[in-house]
Design a protein. Structure first.
Length: 173
């Protein structure tokens, strides 16, 4: 890993920061329980909203530290930094290197959401790495200076269903 975010804790205010942005930490019971509850709603697409809101949160962070400029001189370097951030945040290991044009396939061979879901609910047929879809949208929106709605990210296979890795198909809208 080349990029390690800066962590700061203000004990008197009980606030935790990553690269000067306040963050909170949740366990897999919270995160997977939230997904389980949202998926149970059948009168609107809650997961679509969840992905969009995740993308908005990541975008607010990324536009400060992931912009291709003098410090990050290429799209390849920005994608690599995004991989490092994803790993640092504990979401797992992801390969974004095939998204150099803003489209293509991203793969992950280590997923926090798969491990968490397995520990609570067990295997299932549907993919579970919804937050990663929002993460990828925010990465590409930042790097290519687009809106998060300009990218469609579908998880076409997931380790929660015994796939070798999680695979995300990315296209521009
Ligand atoms: Zn997955």
């Amino acid at each position: 890993m080349d990029y390690i975010p800066k962590i700061r804790f203000e004990a008197d205010k009980n606030l935790l920061y990553m690269d000067d942005i306040p963050i909170s930490l949740h366990c897999h019971y919270f995160n997977c329980g939230l997904i389980n509850a949202i998926e149970a709603i059948d009168y609107f697409d809650g997961i679509d909203i969840y992905i969009h809101e995740a993308a908005k949160c990541f975008y607010e962070y990324f536009k400060r530290i992931l912009v291709v400029d003098d410090e990050i001189s290429s799209i390849e370097k920005a994608l690599k930094r995004a991989e490092d951030i994803y790993r640092f945040m504990g979401y797992g290991r992801i390969d974004l290197s095939k998204l150099i044009t803003g489209e293509g396939i991203a793969t992950s061979d280590s997923s926090y959401f798969v491990v968490g879901w397995l520990a609570i609910y067990g295997k299932r047929d549907k993919p579970v790495c919804h937050l990663t879809r929002g993460f990828i949208k925010a990465v590409l929106a930042t790097i290519f200076k687009k809106d998060i709605r300009d990218f469609n990210v579908i998880e076409i296979q997931c380790m929660i269903s015994n796939a070798q890795n999680c695979k995300f198909k990315v296209s521009r809208i």
